[in-house]
Design a binder for this molecule. Sequence first.
Ligand code: TYC
Length: 106
Amino acid sequence: MANRVTLPPDLVVEKKAVRTAPPPMYQVVLLNDDYTPMEFVVEVLQKFFSKGQEEAMRIMLQVHHEGKGICGVYPHDIAASRIAQVAQYARARQHPLQCVMEPVGE
Ligand code: TYC
């Protein structure tokens, strides 16, 4: 057969262990402001960060009382795209809501 070779029975093939380092991670941090309605913040946490109603409410209240709170932890490009999506969604509805990214472990 044209696409077959016969290998010696004692042939040893060594596979080099390839380890890729995990990507650096970034937390998306939601910031408080005096104008964005609480219900809108809860909606954003559910829509863009896949939080359930209770978790979204908990994070929103934490941000409201403490000034900031973590929405999620992602590789750089995913964090950046969530931040851009939130900014666009909020600005289109005239809300000043902001989130930023911070490297994890600093
Ligand atoms: N502080 C806002 C208010 O009293 C609510 C709010 C919560 C705004 C969280 C932004 O990230 C935020 N309406």
